[in-house]
Ligand binder design. Sequence first.
Ligand code: GAL
Ligand code: CA
Length: 354
Amino acid sequence: MMKKVLAAVLVTMMAATLLCACSPQKNARLARLKIGVTIYDESDTFLSEMVACFKEDAEMLADENTSVSVTVRGAEDSQRMQNDGVESFIDEGCNVLCVNLVDRTAPSAIIDMAKEHNIPVIFFNRELVAEDLMQWDRLYYVGARAKQSGKMQGELAADAIKKDSRIDRNNDGKIQYVLLSGEPGHQDAIIRTETVVSTLEEQGIRLERLSFQVANWNRAQAQNRMNQMIQQYRSDIELVLSNNDDMALGAIDAYDKSNVTETDRPCVFGIDGTAVGLEAVKEGKLAGTVYNDKEGQALSMARLALAAFSGKGMAQLDLEDGKYIYLPYYKVTAENVSQFPMTDGNADISLQTG
Ligand code: GAL
Ligand code: CA
């Protein structure tokens, strides 16, 4: 009897030892990818949607060998705050950083910290100059080509003007337009503005610029600017070209609050295809927009994050110059708007500030 008990105790002990020996090994095999994402401003509509997609994609890349966690910080439009946030990410053990710079000309502090700790950095949406990206081989960029979006917006507007002679309301053979610009110095604001105008001209549209206003990608600021322009130009404005959807919607808000009748309102074009932007195209409030492929950008960034971390699968990503991934834009009008995802990717991204 005693022997039996002893044997049972022994077996239990051996099993326990085996179990103990087993579990740490299993843990050791589990690689932990910790991604720190920082965006320039937590209230930016397009970026909130894009980062919500990214979170989902990155977490889906986890498998039995790799766990994935994503933390997002907003930088309240302060480069200093963003640098501090990146320092905290490093202290917290992040091993890949995804950085949407506040000031795209000032990436050095972040690059230096990342280099010192050998942590790869994927910059996104706010494109830094090539020389900065060349500073180290573990720096990457994911985004889209601003020029393509400006050209597409110009083509959409030219098509509309050619199709509908009522857009030239005063029949003077010229289109009186105003332009709403994103942040000064941002590649998308500069290049979209240049290209949309040159494309319209190339398409044979004669233009007359009434006003150029900066509204920093922001709906409320655009509404303010548009209000002032409505006071000044009344029904003279025939076309509003906006560097993004939020500002285009701000312009429409201003008209909705004004007493300008429907027939005296301009044709409005945006860029992004945010959930609210697409909705406005569907309702016919926005004449057209250009889809900024947040799903494509998010997925590419998630795959790149995993490849940069594991050292595997980089070749399949087909990076340009070993550094860049650019996703194409798409034209959106009332005819094809239903083909685009009209969700905001659950844009609630549980942000931390820093
Ligand atoms: C642009 C986008 C804007 C804004 C900006 C922020 O690509 O069209 O809506 O999100 O990025 O950097
Ligand atoms: Ca006219």
